[in-house]
Design a protein around this ligand. Structure first.
Ligand SMILES: NC(=O)c1ccc[n+]([C@@H]2O[C@H](COP(=O)([O-])OP(=O)(O)OC[C@H]3O[C@@H](n4cnc5c(N)ncnc54)[C@H](OP(=O)(O)O)[C@@H]3O)[C@@H](O)[C@H]2O)c1
Length: 333
Protein backbone atom coordinates (compact mmCIF):
# COMPACT_ATOMS: atom_id res chain seq x y z
CA UNK A 1 0.00 0.00 0.00
CA UNK A 2 1.44 3.38 -0.92
CA UNK A 3 0.56 6.30 1.35
CA UNK A 4 -3.18 6.31 2.04
CA UNK A 5 -5.55 9.14 2.79
CA UNK A 6 -7.59 7.78 5.68
CA UNK A 7 -10.72 9.25 7.24
CA UNK A 8 -12.17 8.05 10.55
CA UNK A 9 -15.79 8.98 11.21
CA UNK A 10 -16.26 8.78 14.98
CA UNK A 11 -12.58 9.48 15.65
CA UNK A 12 -13.37 10.76 19.16
CA UNK A 13 -15.23 7.57 20.17
CA UNK A 14 -13.92 4.36 21.69
CA UNK A 15 -13.67 2.48 18.40
CA UNK A 16 -12.30 5.49 16.50
CA UNK A 17 -9.58 5.98 19.09
CA UNK A 18 -8.71 2.28 18.93
CA UNK A 19 -8.46 2.50 15.12
CA UNK A 20 -5.88 5.29 15.58
CA UNK A 21 -3.81 3.17 17.97
CA UNK A 22 -3.98 0.04 15.78
CA UNK A 23 -2.97 2.04 12.66
CA UNK A 24 0.04 3.31 14.61
CA UNK A 25 1.02 -0.15 15.86
CA UNK A 26 0.72 -1.77 12.44
CA UNK A 27 2.71 1.08 10.83
CA UNK A 28 -0.01 1.47 8.22
CA UNK A 29 1.25 3.86 5.52
CA UNK A 30 -1.09 6.77 6.20
CA UNK A 31 -0.26 9.82 4.09
CA UNK A 32 -3.08 11.95 5.43
CA UNK A 33 -5.42 11.42 8.37
CA UNK A 34 -8.86 13.04 8.49
CA UNK A 35 -10.52 12.60 11.92
CA UNK A 36 -14.28 13.26 11.77
CA UNK A 37 -17.06 13.61 14.33
CA UNK A 38 -20.36 15.44 14.65
CA UNK A 39 -18.56 18.76 14.84
CA UNK A 40 -14.98 19.91 15.34
CA UNK A 41 -15.74 21.74 18.63
CA UNK A 42 -12.01 22.49 19.02
CA UNK A 43 -11.22 18.80 19.58
CA UNK A 44 -8.06 17.01 18.49
CA UNK A 45 -6.72 13.49 18.17
CA UNK A 46 -3.12 12.36 18.61
CA UNK A 47 -1.58 10.33 15.79
CA UNK A 48 2.10 9.42 15.47
CA UNK A 49 3.16 12.31 17.68
CA UNK A 50 1.05 14.87 15.77
CA UNK A 51 -2.01 16.69 17.09
CA UNK A 52 -4.67 16.68 14.37
CA UNK A 53 -7.88 18.75 14.57
CA UNK A 54 -11.20 16.89 14.38
CA UNK A 55 -13.35 18.03 11.45
CA UNK A 56 -17.13 18.10 11.16
CA UNK A 57 -18.25 15.25 8.90
CA UNK A 58 -20.45 17.54 6.81
CA UNK A 59 -17.35 19.59 5.84
CA UNK A 60 -15.25 16.67 4.55
CA UNK A 61 -13.91 16.52 0.96
CA UNK A 62 -14.48 12.87 0.06
CA UNK A 63 -12.51 13.27 -3.18
CA UNK A 64 -9.41 13.66 -0.96
CA UNK A 65 -9.93 10.34 0.86
CA UNK A 66 -9.00 6.76 -0.19
CA UNK A 67 -10.45 4.75 2.68
CA UNK A 68 -12.89 5.73 5.43
CA UNK A 69 -13.54 3.85 8.65
CA UNK A 70 -17.08 4.55 9.85
CA UNK A 71 -17.32 4.12 13.64
CA UNK A 72 -20.12 6.50 14.59
CA UNK A 73 -23.78 5.46 14.42
CA UNK A 74 -26.31 3.84 12.10
CA UNK A 75 -27.70 7.27 11.23
CA UNK A 76 -24.26 8.61 10.28
CA UNK A 77 -23.51 5.52 8.16
CA UNK A 78 -26.86 5.74 6.37
CA UNK A 79 -26.30 9.41 5.63
CA UNK A 80 -22.60 9.59 4.70
CA UNK A 81 -21.46 6.14 3.47
CA UNK A 82 -23.22 6.25 0.06
CA UNK A 83 -21.95 9.80 -0.46
CA UNK A 84 -18.36 8.78 0.33
CA UNK A 85 -18.63 5.67 -1.85
CA UNK A 86 -19.90 7.78 -4.77
CA UNK A 87 -16.50 9.52 -4.71
CA UNK A 88 -14.71 6.15 -4.95
CA UNK A 89 -13.88 5.98 -1.24
CA UNK A 90 -13.72 2.45 0.22
CA UNK A 91 -15.97 2.68 3.29
CA UNK A 92 -15.42 0.10 6.03
CA UNK A 93 -18.45 0.43 8.26
CA UNK A 94 -18.57 -0.63 11.92
CA UNK A 95 -22.23 0.27 12.39
CA UNK A 96 -24.96 -2.30 11.87
CA UNK A 97 -26.76 -0.22 9.23
CA UNK A 98 -25.58 -2.09 6.07
CA UNK A 99 -24.72 -5.48 7.55
CA UNK A 100 -27.76 -7.38 6.31
CA UNK A 101 -28.01 -5.49 2.99
CA UNK A 102 -27.56 -8.20 0.33
CA UNK A 103 -25.52 -5.78 -1.81
CA UNK A 104 -23.04 -5.11 1.00
CA UNK A 105 -20.43 -7.75 1.89
CA UNK A 106 -20.04 -8.54 5.60
CA UNK A 107 -16.41 -9.44 6.13
CA UNK A 108 -14.18 -11.15 8.66
CA UNK A 109 -10.84 -11.54 6.85
CA UNK A 110 -9.96 -14.93 8.37
CA UNK A 111 -13.25 -16.30 7.04
CA UNK A 112 -14.54 -14.61 3.87
CA UNK A 113 -12.28 -11.82 2.58
CA UNK A 114 -12.93 -12.84 -1.05
CA UNK A 115 -16.60 -11.89 -0.62
CA UNK A 116 -15.54 -8.21 -0.50
CA UNK A 117 -15.14 -8.26 -4.31
CA UNK A 118 -14.98 -4.70 -5.57
CA UNK A 119 -17.66 -3.32 -3.22
CA UNK A 120 -17.16 0.28 -2.12
CA UNK A 121 -19.15 -0.14 1.11
CA UNK A 122 -18.02 -3.08 3.23
CA UNK A 123 -19.59 -3.91 6.58
CA UNK A 124 -17.66 -5.21 9.57
CA UNK A 125 -19.79 -7.45 11.80
CA UNK A 126 -20.93 -7.00 15.36
CA UNK A 127 -18.10 -7.49 17.89
CA UNK A 128 -19.59 -10.68 19.37
CA UNK A 129 -20.15 -12.16 15.89
CA UNK A 130 -16.54 -11.58 14.79
CA UNK A 131 -14.91 -13.60 17.56
CA UNK A 132 -17.54 -16.34 17.24
CA UNK A 133 -17.04 -16.91 13.50
CA UNK A 134 -13.23 -16.80 13.80
CA UNK A 135 -13.45 -19.68 16.31
CA UNK A 136 -16.19 -21.63 14.50
CA UNK A 137 -14.87 -21.36 10.93
CA UNK A 138 -12.02 -23.91 11.21
CA UNK A 139 -14.39 -26.42 12.85
CA UNK A 140 -17.08 -25.79 10.23
CA UNK A 141 -14.60 -26.28 7.39
CA UNK A 142 -13.03 -29.45 8.77
CA UNK A 143 -15.86 -31.27 10.57
CA UNK A 144 -19.09 -29.48 9.60
CA UNK A 145 -21.50 -27.92 12.10
CA UNK A 146 -24.99 -29.22 12.85
CA UNK A 147 -25.87 -26.55 15.40
CA UNK A 148 -24.42 -23.94 17.73
CA UNK A 149 -25.70 -22.47 21.00
CA UNK A 150 -23.82 -19.45 22.33
CA UNK A 151 -24.15 -17.47 25.55
CA UNK A 152 -22.18 -14.23 25.66
CA UNK A 153 -20.69 -12.25 28.55
CA UNK A 154 -20.23 -8.81 26.99
CA UNK A 155 -18.15 -5.93 28.29
CA UNK A 156 -19.64 -2.46 28.77
CA UNK A 157 -17.20 -0.88 26.28
CA UNK A 158 -19.33 -2.55 23.61
CA UNK A 159 -21.89 0.16 24.34
CA UNK A 160 -19.46 3.04 23.73
CA UNK A 161 -17.46 5.48 25.81
CA UNK A 162 -20.36 6.61 28.00
CA UNK A 163 -20.84 3.07 29.38
CA UNK A 164 -17.27 2.94 30.73
CA UNK A 165 -17.99 6.00 32.85
CA UNK A 166 -21.35 4.53 33.91
CA UNK A 167 -19.73 1.35 35.27
CA UNK A 168 -17.08 3.40 37.05
CA UNK A 169 -19.59 5.73 38.72
CA UNK A 170 -22.04 2.96 39.60
CA UNK A 171 -19.27 0.90 41.18
CA UNK A 172 -18.24 3.89 43.33
CA UNK A 173 -21.86 4.50 44.39
CA UNK A 174 -22.39 0.81 45.20
CA UNK A 175 -19.17 0.62 47.22
CA UNK A 176 -20.40 3.64 49.20
CA UNK A 177 -23.39 1.49 50.20
CA UNK A 178 -26.01 3.10 47.94
CA UNK A 179 -27.97 1.69 45.00
CA UNK A 180 -26.96 3.57 41.83
CA UNK A 181 -29.55 5.23 39.60
CA UNK A 182 -29.46 3.41 36.24
CA UNK A 183 -28.30 5.50 33.30
CA UNK A 184 -26.76 3.74 30.28
CA UNK A 185 -28.71 0.52 30.94
CA UNK A 186 -32.26 0.07 32.30
CA UNK A 187 -30.84 -1.26 35.59
CA UNK A 188 -27.43 -0.77 37.24
CA UNK A 189 -24.60 -2.76 35.63
CA UNK A 190 -22.09 -2.53 38.51
CA UNK A 191 -22.04 -5.79 40.52
CA UNK A 192 -24.88 -7.01 38.31
CA UNK A 193 -25.54 -9.16 35.23
CA UNK A 194 -28.06 -8.11 32.55
CA UNK A 195 -29.57 -11.05 30.63
CA UNK A 196 -30.06 -8.83 27.56
CA UNK A 197 -27.78 -6.40 25.71
CA UNK A 198 -30.33 -4.30 23.86
CA UNK A 199 -33.95 -4.25 22.71
CA UNK A 200 -36.20 -7.30 22.61
CA UNK A 201 -37.33 -8.22 19.10
CA UNK A 202 -38.96 -11.17 17.29
CA UNK A 203 -39.41 -14.42 19.21
CA UNK A 204 -38.24 -12.74 22.45
CA UNK A 205 -34.64 -12.60 21.22
CA UNK A 206 -32.77 -9.30 21.50
CA UNK A 207 -31.23 -7.38 18.61
CA UNK A 208 -27.77 -8.53 19.69
CA UNK A 209 -28.93 -12.15 19.67
CA UNK A 210 -30.42 -11.84 16.18
CA UNK A 211 -27.16 -10.25 14.99
CA UNK A 212 -25.21 -13.28 16.22
CA UNK A 213 -27.53 -15.60 14.26
CA UNK A 214 -28.07 -13.63 11.06
CA UNK A 215 -24.60 -12.16 10.67
CA UNK A 216 -22.95 -15.56 11.22
CA UNK A 217 -25.25 -17.10 8.61
CA UNK A 218 -24.41 -14.36 6.10
CA UNK A 219 -20.66 -14.68 6.69
CA UNK A 220 -20.71 -18.49 6.38
CA UNK A 221 -23.13 -18.35 3.44
CA UNK A 222 -25.39 -20.99 4.94
CA UNK A 223 -28.40 -21.22 7.25
CA UNK A 224 -26.41 -22.49 10.21
CA UNK A 225 -28.65 -23.38 13.19
CA UNK A 226 -27.24 -20.90 15.70
CA UNK A 227 -29.14 -19.46 18.63
CA UNK A 228 -27.81 -17.03 21.20
CA UNK A 229 -28.30 -15.50 24.61
CA UNK A 230 -26.42 -12.19 24.86
CA UNK A 231 -25.61 -10.99 28.38
CA UNK A 232 -23.99 -7.74 29.58
CA UNK A 233 -21.53 -8.09 32.46
CA UNK A 234 -19.58 -5.50 34.51
CA UNK A 235 -16.31 -5.94 32.59
CA UNK A 236 -14.64 -2.95 30.93
CA UNK A 237 -13.05 -4.62 27.87
CA UNK A 238 -13.28 -8.13 26.41
CA UNK A 239 -16.31 -10.17 25.37
CA UNK A 240 -16.50 -13.83 26.46
CA UNK A 241 -18.65 -16.54 24.87
CA UNK A 242 -19.61 -19.96 26.11
CA UNK A 243 -20.14 -21.94 22.90
CA UNK A 244 -21.81 -25.32 22.56
CA UNK A 245 -21.56 -26.96 19.13
CA UNK A 246 -22.39 -30.21 17.44
CA UNK A 247 -20.19 -31.28 14.55
CA UNK A 248 -21.54 -33.06 11.47
CA UNK A 249 -19.02 -35.87 11.57
CA UNK A 250 -17.69 -37.64 14.66
CA UNK A 251 -14.33 -36.25 15.85
CA UNK A 252 -12.04 -36.72 18.82
CA UNK A 253 -11.63 -33.88 21.30
CA UNK A 254 -7.94 -33.64 20.41
CA UNK A 255 -8.80 -33.16 16.73
CA UNK A 256 -10.93 -30.15 17.63
CA UNK A 257 -8.05 -28.75 19.67
CA UNK A 258 -5.55 -29.36 16.83
CA UNK A 259 -7.87 -27.68 14.35
CA UNK A 260 -8.14 -24.59 16.59
CA UNK A 261 -4.38 -24.54 17.26
CA UNK A 262 -3.71 -24.15 13.52
CA UNK A 263 -6.56 -21.72 12.79
CA UNK A 264 -5.81 -18.18 11.56
CA UNK A 265 -6.54 -15.50 14.14
CA UNK A 266 -7.02 -18.02 16.98
CA UNK A 267 -4.90 -18.58 20.06
CA UNK A 268 -5.65 -21.90 21.73
CA UNK A 269 -5.22 -21.24 25.46
CA UNK A 270 -6.43 -24.43 26.98
CA UNK A 271 -4.48 -25.94 29.81
CA UNK A 272 -6.47 -25.37 33.01
CA UNK A 273 -3.87 -27.23 35.13
CA UNK A 274 -1.30 -24.60 34.08
CA UNK A 275 -3.78 -21.75 34.56
CA UNK A 276 -4.21 -21.34 30.77
CA UNK A 277 -7.88 -20.38 30.56
CA UNK A 278 -8.86 -17.29 28.53
CA UNK A 279 -10.31 -14.32 30.42
CA UNK A 280 -11.08 -10.74 29.35
CA UNK A 281 -8.06 -9.44 31.27
CA UNK A 282 -5.80 -11.77 29.25
CA UNK A 283 -7.06 -10.61 25.87
CA UNK A 284 -7.51 -6.86 26.44
CA UNK A 285 -5.13 -4.91 24.20
CA UNK A 286 -4.33 -7.67 21.70
CA UNK A 287 -5.83 -8.97 18.48
CA UNK A 288 -6.26 -12.74 18.59
CA UNK A 289 -9.39 -14.68 19.49
CA UNK A 290 -8.50 -16.83 22.48
CA UNK A 291 -10.18 -20.23 22.82
CA UNK A 292 -10.08 -22.52 25.85
CA UNK A 293 -12.13 -24.98 27.91
CA UNK A 294 -12.38 -27.28 24.88
CA UNK A 295 -14.22 -30.37 26.07
CA UNK A 296 -16.59 -33.07 24.88
CA UNK A 297 -20.26 -32.89 25.82
CA UNK A 298 -21.09 -35.67 28.26
CA UNK A 299 -24.40 -36.58 26.64
CA UNK A 300 -23.98 -36.05 22.89
CA UNK A 301 -21.39 -37.96 20.82
CA UNK A 302 -20.66 -34.99 18.51
CA UNK A 303 -21.14 -32.19 21.06
CA UNK A 304 -18.31 -29.89 22.27
CA UNK A 305 -17.98 -26.88 24.54
CA UNK A 306 -15.56 -23.96 24.00
CA UNK A 307 -14.93 -20.67 25.79
CA UNK A 308 -14.07 -17.87 23.34
CA UNK A 309 -12.70 -14.47 24.42
CA UNK A 310 -11.53 -11.42 22.41
CA UNK A 311 -10.97 -7.69 22.82
CA UNK A 312 -14.23 -6.19 21.50
CA UNK A 313 -12.63 -2.84 20.66
CA UNK A 314 -9.74 -4.41 18.72
CA UNK A 315 -10.59 -7.68 16.92
CA UNK A 316 -14.28 -6.96 17.56
CA UNK A 317 -14.06 -3.55 15.88
CA UNK A 318 -10.87 -1.62 14.98
CA UNK A 319 -8.53 -4.47 14.06
CA UNK A 320 -11.10 -6.33 11.97
CA UNK A 321 -11.78 -3.14 10.00
CA UNK A 322 -8.05 -2.50 9.47
CA UNK A 323 -7.47 -6.12 8.43
CA UNK A 324 -10.23 -5.68 5.82
CA UNK A 325 -8.36 -2.63 4.47
CA UNK A 326 -5.07 -4.59 4.44
CA UNK A 327 -6.77 -7.41 2.56
CA UNK A 328 -7.84 -4.93 -0.12
CA UNK A 329 -4.40 -3.29 -0.45
CA UNK A 330 -4.35 -4.03 -4.22
CA UNK A 331 -6.93 -1.22 -4.57
CA UNK A 332 -4.33 1.42 -3.68
CA UNK A 333 -1.23 0.14 -5.47
N1 LIG B 1 -17.66 -0.41 21.20
C1 LIG B 1 -17.58 -1.57 20.55
O1 LIG B 1 -17.08 -2.59 21.08
C2 LIG B 1 -18.09 -1.69 19.15
C3 LIG B 1 -17.84 -2.89 18.47
C4 LIG B 1 -18.34 -3.03 17.19
C5 LIG B 1 -19.04 -2.01 16.60
N2 LIG B 1 -19.25 -0.84 17.28
C6 LIG B 1 -19.97 0.23 16.56
O2 LIG B 1 -19.03 1.26 16.29
C7 LIG B 1 -19.68 2.53 16.32
C8 LIG B 1 -18.96 3.44 17.33
O3 LIG B 1 -19.01 2.85 18.61
P1 LIG B 1 -18.19 3.44 19.85
O4 LIG B 1 -18.26 2.39 20.88
O5 LIG B 1 -16.87 3.98 19.43
O6 LIG B 1 -19.14 4.69 20.27
P2 LIG B 1 -18.77 6.02 21.09
O7 LIG B 1 -17.61 5.80 21.99
O8 LIG B 1 -20.05 6.47 21.69
O9 LIG B 1 -18.33 7.08 19.95
C9 LIG B 1 -19.18 7.50 18.93
C10 LIG B 1 -18.42 8.38 17.94
O10 LIG B 1 -19.24 8.61 16.80
C11 LIG B 1 -19.41 10.00 16.60
N3 LIG B 1 -20.77 10.23 16.07
C12 LIG B 1 -21.93 9.78 16.59
N4 LIG B 1 -22.96 10.19 15.81
C13 LIG B 1 -22.42 10.89 14.80
C14 LIG B 1 -22.97 11.58 13.66
N5 LIG B 1 -24.28 11.61 13.42
N6 LIG B 1 -22.12 12.22 12.83
C15 LIG B 1 -20.78 12.17 13.04
N7 LIG B 1 -20.20 11.56 14.09
C16 LIG B 1 -21.02 10.93 14.97
C17 LIG B 1 -19.17 10.62 17.96
O11 LIG B 1 -18.78 11.97 17.75
P3 LIG B 1 -19.13 13.15 18.79
O12 LIG B 1 -18.09 13.00 19.87
O13 LIG B 1 -19.00 14.38 17.99
O14 LIG B 1 -20.54 12.88 19.27
C18 LIG B 1 -18.02 9.73 18.48
O15 LIG B 1 -16.80 10.14 17.89
C19 LIG B 1 -21.15 2.24 16.66
O16 LIG B 1 -21.86 2.12 15.44
C20 LIG B 1 -21.08 0.89 17.36
O17 LIG B 1 -22.28 0.20 17.26
C21 LIG B 1 -18.78 -0.65 18.53
Amino acid sequence: MSGLRVAILGATGLVGETILRVLEERRTPVRRLVPLATGGKGRHVEFRGHTIPVEAVDQVRWDEVDVAFFAASNEASERYAPEAASYGVTVIDKSSYFRMDPKVPLIVPEVNLAAAGDARIIASPNCSTIQLVVALNPILLRFGLERVIVSTYQAVSGTGREAIETLHQEAKTSLAGERPEPSTYPVPIAFNVLPYCDRFMDENYTGEEWKLTRESQKIFGQALALSATAVRVPVYVGHSESVYLETTRAVAEEEVRDCLREAPGVRLWDSPSEGKVPTPLDVAGQDLVWVGRVRRDLFHPRGFHLFVVADNLRKGAATNAIQIMEGLSHRWR
